[in-house]
Design a protein around this ligand. Structure first.
Ligand SMILES: [Zn+2]
Length: 309
């Protein structure tokens, strides 16, 4: 079975604390191992997990504030140090290309790893992966910022007993899936007769933003939504002013968007007690709620069951 999970490297926002490293997350999704927003210390946090730099296939940066990207120089150099042989794609807001260029070559090193630099040029840009589509949506923050979501297309699960009843086996199964029907002795068997729908899974990553359309577009029907809740409602005015969300806002987005598992993170150092984020969010979201902690792993919830008919 394929592995789909999020490894949390760090959960602090502007300043790290004794318990929280700067931001950083790794999504394992089938053949993709995607590093999101590596803040300072991400390379060392990796050592405490089962992910290695060599595993990484892709890096996604939401924006060029330090807590979301100062881990890039070390991580990029590590790819060369470890002689990574596969290309690693890197996505970031195109307007921040100058920052990326500096971070990439922040110091002298012997560069062998191949980076495939693919900046995000526009809202709604899509990148086709083997396992689905990666989509970037513009967020509302003082500098150009994009959130990301990964969408697996809906598919179908073939029912072996029904295939057997029609005597369909071997390459005919592939043809039935591809074409949608099969003609057998004058009778047409459709794919729907011998399968059930298999809803695609969705992962969304929403960092540093005030409420905006992009937040809702990313969160829509996410199986796992990773979303910043830098502040609590007591600081709602400040949050709006600096382009951040409160725990209550993030929770309401999750409810309105039909999110199944909600992971709150990117906490301001002003709140030492994480239970306050839980209590505030719980009042607005009754689904699966997790307050992120460093060096924990969060599974994608089991696949949605297709609705009948
Ligand atoms: Zn920011």
């Amino acid at each position: 079975m394929s592995m789909r999970e999020l490894v949390v490297l760090g959960t602090a926002s502007q300043a790290p604390t004794r318990r929280r490293n700067h931001n950083g997350y790794v999504l394992r999704w089938d053949d993709e191992v995607i590093l999101f927003d590596p803040g300072e210390g991400s390379q060392r946090q990796l050592l405490h997990t089962t992910v290695t730099a060599t595993d990484l296939t892709r890096i996604c940066v939401t924006h060029f504030h330090g807590d979301h990207c100062l881990g890039l120089p070390g991580t990029i150099q590590r790819l060369s140090l470890d002689r990574v042989t596969h290309p690693v794609a890197v996505h970031f807001p195109a307007g921040g290309a100058e920052y990326f260029a500096r971070l990439r070559h922040a110091t002298s090193f012997y560069e062998t790893a191949e980076l495939r630099v693919e900046p995000i040029e526009a809202d709604g840009q899509r990148i086709t992966l083997g396992c689905g589509t990666l989509e970037a949506r513009r967020l509302r923050h003082p500098i150009e910022t994009y959130g990301y979501r990964l969408i697996e297309p809906d598919g179908c699960r073939m029912l072996p007993e029904k295939l057997a009843a029609y005597g369909i086996a071997g390459p005919a199964v592939g043809e039935l899936i591809r074409v949608g029907h099969l003609d057998l002795d004058g009778r047409r068997v459709t794919r729907d007769e011998v399968s059930v729908p298999r809803p695609g899974q969705r992962f969304a990553f929403v960092m540093d933003t005030g409420l905006c359309d992009g937040v809702y577009a990313l969160a829509e029907h996410a199986d796992l939504l990773v979303i910043e809740s830098t502040f609590l409602e007591s600081e709602a005015a400040l949050a709006a002013e600096v382009g951040h969300l409160t725990a209550a806002q993030a929770a309401r987005v999750a409810t309105e968007s039909g999110v199944r598992r909600l992971l709150l993170t990117h906490f301001s150092q002003r709140y030492p007690d994480p239970r306050r984020f839980h209590d505030e969010a719980r009042a607005h979201f009754d689904g699966d709620l997790i307050i992120a902690e460093d060096l924990t792993t969060v599974q994608l919830p089991p696949r949605r069951v297709a609705s009948a008919g």
